[in-house]
Design a protein around this ligand. Structure first.
Ligand code: NAI
Length: 248
């Protein structure tokens, strides 16, 4: 039997990058997949098609993770279609980098809402179902900079550090009901998000990483499969780095 056979996995912000690799990785592990993204672009449609071609059930939902009502409505729609949610992966995230001197209130609010409030919105929306099921695994995508901090990313680092506090609290609060909650802290992963960084800087970073390469979205997806599966049934409240030893 495959690791995630019989489970329904919800991934936010899955049309591209790490979220897409997570959706595909979980489908390959036998799960049915529900995913969200902010708009229905070509990559959204192609992901839905790719997942369904794997012989599992999959459906995408247009939903703004930063919006509480949109998130609650989406979870309601998913439950109508799929009846349960076993794994929630809070992956949607953005950057609006600037030094504090130049950071606007808008940049601060947007990053906090998309990266951190979204985790509250979705976790709250799935909580009732997971309580009823008496099981669930919630996986929040944080970042190494949520642990270490990073110049020029005060908003992003704060949002990712906030996710860690939220994760540990939910692990304690919902643990007695057999609901687990863990955070993943990726290092430097090659996606559209990091393509915004100049190539020279990216090369320099990769050279400083002990494993001497940037991470790939699949490196993160593999950990999600493990944390979503019953193989990790005694692991909760943890922050696990996927960073090639960039942060030890
Ligand atoms: P990406 O920019 O390639 O993909 C993010 C996806 O989220 C996009 O499909 C986007 O449309 C979607 N999204 C954005 N706002 C949304 C919203 N309000 N509601 C629903 N969907 C929304 O980014 P990437 O690199 O795949 O990042 C995924 C997650 O991993 C993010 O939380 C990011 O902060 C985190 N991360 C990424 C790292 C990297 O090196 N790429 C390192 C550490 C963490």
């Amino acid at each position: 039997m495959k690791l995630l056979q019989g489970k329904i996995v919800l991934v936010t912000g899955a049309a591209r990058g790490i979220g897409r690799a997570i959706a595909i990785g979980c489908a390959d592990a036998g799960a049915d997949i529900v995913f969200t993204d902010i708009s229905k672009e070509e990559n959204f449609v192609s992901l839905e098609k790719e997942l369904n071609s794997k012989g599992i059930k999959a459906k995408g939902y247009v939903s703004n993770a930063a919006d509480m009502n949109s998130s609650a409505q989406t979870v309601e729609d998913i439950l109508k279609d799929f009846e349960r949610i076993d794994v929630l992966v809070n992956n949607a995230g953005i950057t609006r980098d600037a030094l504090l001197m130049r950071m606007t209130e808008e940049q601060w609010d947007l990053v906090i809402n998309v990266n951190l409030k979204s985790v509250f919105n979705l976790t709250k929306a799935v909580q009732k179902t997971m309580l009823k099921q008496r099981s669930g695994s919630i996986i929040n995508v944080s970042s190494v900079v949520g642990v270490s901090g990073n110049a020029g990313q005060a908003n992003y680092s704060a949002s990712k550090a906030g996710i860690i506090g939220f994760t540990k609290s939910i692990a304690r609060e919902l643990g007695p009901r057999n609901i687990r909650c863990n955070a993943i802290a990726p290092g430097f992963i090659e996606t559209e998000m990091t393509k915004a960084i100049p190539e020279d800087a990216r090369k320099e970073w990769a050279e400083k990483i002990p494993l001497r390469r940037a991470g790939q979205p699949k490196d993160v997806a593999d950990l999600v499969v493990f944390l979503g599966s019953d193989m990790s049934s005694y692991i909760s409240g943890q922050v696990i780095n996927v960073c090639g030893a960039m942060l030890t």
